[in-house]
Ligand binder design. Structure first.
Ligand code: NAD
Length: 362
């Protein structure tokens, strides 16, 4: 088994280092190879996703990714910006299914801006289609309008589109995932306004016929955004398109209080996957040793479970994280009165210690 380790920029290098130490502590047999990606790769090779990095990612069974980006690259041409590396990896590896769990850990109930009773025990899984929709649809661009409200004016446009196979495969991923949970799927669309999402709704409904044991309901995206803050525990598996999923998964993430806690996985049809924290490169705290490494460590657990067939090792990581939280250790983003504030490295040390069953102090 081979893991491509791509730390990236900002806090990426700090948090991935901790996840690698946690993987090492498991003493499993896999090879890890590190490469540059994002701004770091642009500085060294003039491109955010150099050929050598892409080759490594393609050959690996899984990619452990940190984060990319920094405001200083905002003026670069779009194809050279660090964030393009993620889009390139998704496209080249065919990573069409994005899993974003939003779990509220018992000890962190107070970190949410919602009332504790609304989010205690929250465990939802947002499945976002990742390679289609308005983010990739052609044509797109800028032009002079020939019609619309202001003919002759400059305008920009993108194209929202989904094909039947794209919807079918993401619907199947959602129904299969629901079978391993509480067998409920909510498909989020905007069928009342958009042709693309009326088609989405129709195809999801057809695919559902193959999964009679799973309950399906449909919800408009505006209502889903409201329900997520009103009664988030009503949801179990949520499946939606690329743009709605982008927004709703961040909203769901924040329900739990800290984006520093939330892992994600992006998979293709061969179980090959890219695993990364749900947050970005956090340039505001980079290099200070204060970033929360737990989202990345939990992403490594997802990697073991989904791409490397090591469910037991994944359980060990997740139990270790719970034990560390129970011991009262917190990075600054999840710190509250009465708990012990630690840095990135100390948090990594504590997870490693819990895995190797050394005493956790805090
Ligand atoms: P961000 O997620 O990097 O940061 C948002 C806020 O959350 C910041 O205050 C940051 O300090 C905090 N934060 C994030 N992760 C944290 C952690 N592990 N521990 C503690 N606090 C944490 O989002 P942003 O500020 O909008 O974007 C910063 C850069 O990251 C941009 O260049 C953006 O394009 C890029 N980005 C990259 C990815 C990715 O690599 N997948 C995703 C989102 C944003």
């Amino acid at each position: 088994m081979k893991i491509a380790v791509l730390p990236g920029d900002g806090i990426g290098t700090e948090i991935v280092a901790e996840a690698v130490r946690v993987l090492d502590a498991l003493e499993l047999k896999f090879e890890m190879e590190t490469a540059l990606v994002g701004g770091a790769a642009y500085e060294a090779h003039g491109h955010p996703l150099p050929e050598s990095t892409l080759k490594l990612a393609k050959e690996a069974d899984a990619v452990l990714f940190g984060a990319v980006g920094d405001w200083k690259y905002d003026k670069l041409d779009r194809p050279l910006r660090p964030e393009q590396a993620i889009l390139g990896l998704r496209k080249n590896l065919g990573l069409f299914a994005n899993f974003r769990p939003a779990i509220c850990y018992e000890q962190l109930v107070g970190a949410s801006s919602l009332k504790p009773e609304l989010i205690a025990g929250l465990d939802i899984l947002i499945i976002r289609e990742l390679t289609g929709d308005i983010y990739f649809g052609q044509p797109r661009g800028k032009r002079v309008a020939t019609d619309g409200h202001f003919p002759g004016a400059e305008e920009a446009f993108d194209t929202m589109r989904y094909s039947r196979p794209e919807i079918e495969r993401i619907a199947r991923v959602a129904f299969e995932a629901a079978r391993k949970r509480s067998k409920r799927v909510t498909s989020v669309d905007k069928a009342n306004v958009l042709e693309t999402f009326q088609f989405w709704k129709d195809v999801v409904t057809e695919v559902h016929k193959d999964y009679p044991d799973v309950e399906l309901d449909h919800m408009y995206v505006d209502n889903a955004a409201m329900q997520l803050v009103k009664a988030p525990k009503k949801f179990d598996v949520v499946v939606t398109g690329n743009m709605f999923g982008d927004i709703l998964s961040d909203e769901a993430a924040m329900l739990t209080g800290s984006i520093g806690m939330l892992p994600s996985a992006s998979l293709n049809s061969n179980k090959q996957g890219l695993y990364e924290p749900s947050h970005g490169s956090a340039p505001d705290i980079a290099g200070q040793g204060v970033a929360n490494p737990l989202a990345t460590i939990l992403s490594a657990a997802m990697m073991l479970r989904f791409s490397l067939d090591q469910a037991e090792a994944a359980d060990r990581i997740e139990s270790a994280v719970k034990a560390v939280l129970a011991s009262g250790l917190r990075t600054a983003d999840i710190w509250s009165e009465g708990t012990t504030k630690v840095g990135t490295r100390e948090m990594g040390d504590a997870v490693v210690a819990a895995i190797t069953k050394k005493t956790i102090t805090g």
